[in-house]
Design a protein around this ligand. Structure first.
Ligand code: NDP
Ligand code: MG
Length: 417
């Protein structure tokens, strides 16, 4: 029996990794829908490879352009092409998929994730922003159908045997690589550039999450994500910097035992577990076979060396690993994580405001319109100025708060530029 999947954010880093698994496991996975924003070149290739029934892009113009790129395909292989927010939702729920790989970046991922949850579909969730904006609402409906892709949360999920709620769990320790600026002082950070921020030491990811990793906002968003996924209080979630990114996170139980998950920094492991849990698929062996078929030339535009999954189990690999070192995060140099923690604790609309301001500020930094330290300053100011005691009752309310924060952040950034 194959599992029918819809991949939202198909042209992105997680989407492409998920589709590389669909190639390795074509006997277990069938791709019924794809969605992206505007990358038609990649979608064109993916459509030819995976023959989905439904494909969504951001605008009607892009939809028409994609239709002309696909004009040579026989009618039976032409997918239904849709667009915009309704198209993205349709890609989540209307293609006959049993599981949605939610890997659009940012708040744009919330509505299709929510639609999938409400349609009782399984969701393999990479889009952490969905849980930051509306974790209570989503988890109220998705306990039992949602599995995390984020590597730290996958590590905990694996330590819990593919469960999200385990009463014996005492606390979790999320590990952080520390990003490219680990050890930098606040003063050093005043002059770092976009190019420097985009060089992550251990993971290869999309630009927004790479910037979030450099500011450590990513870890802050992950704290909120973990709070919702595992039903833990903020006091039960600790963060340690672990520069090797070998231990992806740890779960401590009431008897004092700690279970840690180790693995190479390769998102395919976490994605595969989100699809197969509590079973595990032989991805090391299959990816090796796939390498022979040169996946990277077929699908990845020769950008990223996919193929082999690093095997850490042999003596040489293990003994070449230096000491497993850990250090506390430097919240003075990297205040974004503390801002996220505070927003998470405050609850209500604060996490949506945090997220909206951060999306706008990270984009402005990538656009070279805001300095690196300006990112957390803008987020902090938005949280202060938009403070509200409103409770979160609906998805629309969360998205409105996200939009309000984006608008204010935009103004603040324009003033500084
Ligand atoms: P990328 O930037 O690589 O990819 C983003 C994807 O989302 C692209 O397919 C993009 O399409 C699509 N997209 C963006 N905006 C829209 C929109 N409005 N409508 C439809 N599609 C849209 O991001 P990543 O793959 O790195 O990250 C995706 C999510 O996964 C994020 O939430 C991130 O935090 C999370 N994540 C990522 C990890 C990683 O290793 N990369 C690890 C853990 C979590 P297009 O290409 O056409 O612009
Ligand atoms: Mg992560």
């Amino acid at each position: 029996m194959t599992l029918k999947i819809s991949v939202l954010g198909a042209s992105g880093s997680i989407g492409r990794a998920a589709l590389s698994l669909a190639l390795s496991f074509s006997d277990l996975l069938e791709v019924t829908a794809l969605a992206a924003h505007s990358n038609l070149a990649i979608l064109n290739e993916q459509i030819r490879l995976f023959k989905p029934a439904l494909v969504s892009v951001s605008t009607d113009e892009l939809r028409r352009e994609l239709a002309s790129l696909l004009a040579d395909l026989p009618r039976s292989l032409q997918p239904e092409l849709v667009f915009g927010e309704s198209g993205l939702i349709s890609a989540a729920i209307d293609s006959g998929a049993q599981m949605v790989v939610s890997a659009v970046v940012g708040a744009a991922g919330l509505k299709p994730t929510w639609a999938a949850v409400n349609s009782h579909l399984k969701v393999a969730l990479a889009n952490k922003e969905s849980l930051v904006l509306a974790g209570d609402l989503i988890m109220g409906k998705a306990l039992g159908t949602l599995s995390p892709i984020d590597s730290e949360h996958s590590a905990i999920f694996q330590a819990l045997g593919g469960r999200l709620r385990v009463p014996e769990l005492k606390k979790i320790i999320l590990t952080a690589s520390g990003g490219p600026f680990r050890g930098f002082s606040r003063k050093d950070l005043e002059s770092v550039t976009r190019q420097m921020a985009l060089k992550h030491p251990t993971w290869s990811m999309g630009p927004k999450i790479t910037v979030d990793s450099a500011t450590m906002m990513n870890k802050g968003l992950e704290i909120i994500e973990a709070h919702h996924l595992f039903g833990l209080s903020y006091d039960q979630i600790e963060v340690l910097v672990h520069p090797l990114s070998l231990i992806h996170s740890m779960a401590q139980f009431h008897d004092g035992s700690i279970l840690a998950q180790l693995g190479p920094a390769d998102m395919r492991l976490a994605i595969a577990y989100a699809l197969s849990y509590p079973e595990r698929w032989p991805i090391v062996e299959r990816a090796e076979r796939l390498r022979a078929k040169s996946y990277k030339e077929e699908l990845d535009h020769k950008k990223k060396p996919e193929g082999a999954v690093k095997d850490l189990s042999d003596y040489q690999a293990l003994s070449s690993i230096p000491d497993l070192s850990f250090e506390p995060p430097d919240l003075h140099a990297f205040p974004a994580m503390a801002l996220a923690q505070a927003a998470g604790r405050a609850g209500g609309l604060a996490p949506s405001i945090l997220n909206g301001a951060n999306e706008e500020a990270a984009a402005a930094f990538l656009d070279q319109k805001l300095s690196f330290i300006g990112i957390s300053e803008v987020v902090g100011e938005c949280l202060e100025r938009l403070h509200s005691d409103e409770r979160l009752e609906s998805i629309d309310q969360a998205l409105e708060a996200d939009q309000r924060a984006k608008a204010l952040a935009k103004q603040l950034i324009a003033k500084r530029f």
